[in-house]
Write a protein that binds this ligand. Sequence first.
Ligand code: NDP
Ligand code: 2IT
Length: 445
Amino acid sequence: MSVVENILEQVKKRNPGEVEFHQAVEEVLQSLAPVIEKHPEYAKLGLVERFVEPERVIMFRVPWVDDAGQVQVNRGFRVQFNSAIGPYKGGLRFHPSVYLGIIKFLGFEQILKNSLTGLPIGGGKGGSDFDPKGKTDGEVMRFCQSFMTELYRHIGQDLDVPAGDIGVGAREIGFMFGQYKRIKNQYEGGVLTGKGLSYGGSLARTQATGFGLIYFVREMLAAAGTDYKNKTVVISGAGNVAIYACEKAQEYGAKVIAMCDSAGYIVDEDGIKLDTVKQIKEVERKRISEYIKYHPTAKYVAGQNGIWSVKCDVALPCATQNDISIENAKQLVANGVLALGEGANMPCTNEAIEYFLEKKVLVAPAKAANAGGVATSALEMSQNSMRLSWTFEEVNEKLDGIMVNIFKAAQSAAKEYGFEGNYVAGANIAGFLKVAEAMMAHGVI
Ligand code: NDP
Ligand code: 2IT
């Protein structure tokens, strides 16, 4: 067995049933094989073995009372994966599918993503199996307060800085920040990011992940001698990442024709009217199916996953993990897809990614392409430390520069290690090298 196969076996044995975590580790280790070969000193130091083992895993009970007076119990998680280059940093996900394997895969990917931003942030992730759908504001608040009543002792602006992810937006961050402030009896602005603008949030953080994705893909298209003009785009999801990816793609002259939520997808051949989507999803918190009430020439198709049968030049999965299977990948390729930009974390199965690369589809991997969100979170932390706030334009310009740098880093690492044009491998390698160097410097810890 090769070194990489050995480590993967260990990971599977030590983390039984955590299939998403196995998948994420397998994908990364494949790219790292030539790096490991070039650095025999890693072996004796157990560097890769330490890299795949979280520094700390926290699991806790979250009891809360629903509007009917009934006590509900959820499970909370925080995986503090790697602090070699900075305090743990990563979002919180509230979704019924959350269990330890999901949080570990996200925390693991976050290490490399955060490293790629060039900013001093380590990797972590957390969340709960709580389902915010259909809950009242009062229920969401009581849940968030209970969640933070345990989490507060494990986080801090120089220790671990959570933010949003699926099911966690400005409303939830506000409730959690309020509870943290109350328990600690001090105003620790940088303990959470994605905050509201009235209490230390950063302009452009809401837009950052979606905008950043479009900037990264812009660079990738440019390297292939093309751009967004008149390209048709399909975006899965209708949440934070999907909405702002749509906005920026439209600004660049692309035609976004389909979006979805977990219940079904809409196709609007005239181009998605984003104001309607924002009204339905951000203001009313309703289903995407409402769209056809406003635009009767559009069509709605119920069911998950069908969106990938819609023909497009650029596919932007911005919903959740394993959204694109090998069958979906084959259909996209048969329909002539040119580029794939991962806005969500691990939205493609490993087989789908391999297929896209084999068919010479341009692939912008999640760790690089969606790093704009966490990068802007780090800019929010900088502003909190300096006790000042930059303008929207200043933050957006920094974000654009960071995405260009990430693209260049992935491009040159791919070339150096014999994977030219493969930004998946390039991003994994570039992200890993910085973390490995810091881990080497810190000794065996
Ligand atoms: P939101 O909660 O704002 O939106 C999630 C969207 O994805 C919703 O439209 C949701 O539909 C849809 N979705 C969720 N699960 C499924 C599913 N099983 N099938 C189809 N659609 C689904 O989350 P975000 O936009 O913040 O996150 C989206 C992705 O981007 C996630 O993978 C997240 O990890 C990643 N990401 C987020 C960042 C951020 O800054 N927010 C940064 C980097 C990555 P429904 O409402 O029906 O559930
Ligand atoms: O997956 C991600 O990078 C996020 N959900 C954003 C994390 C953050 O700390 O802003």
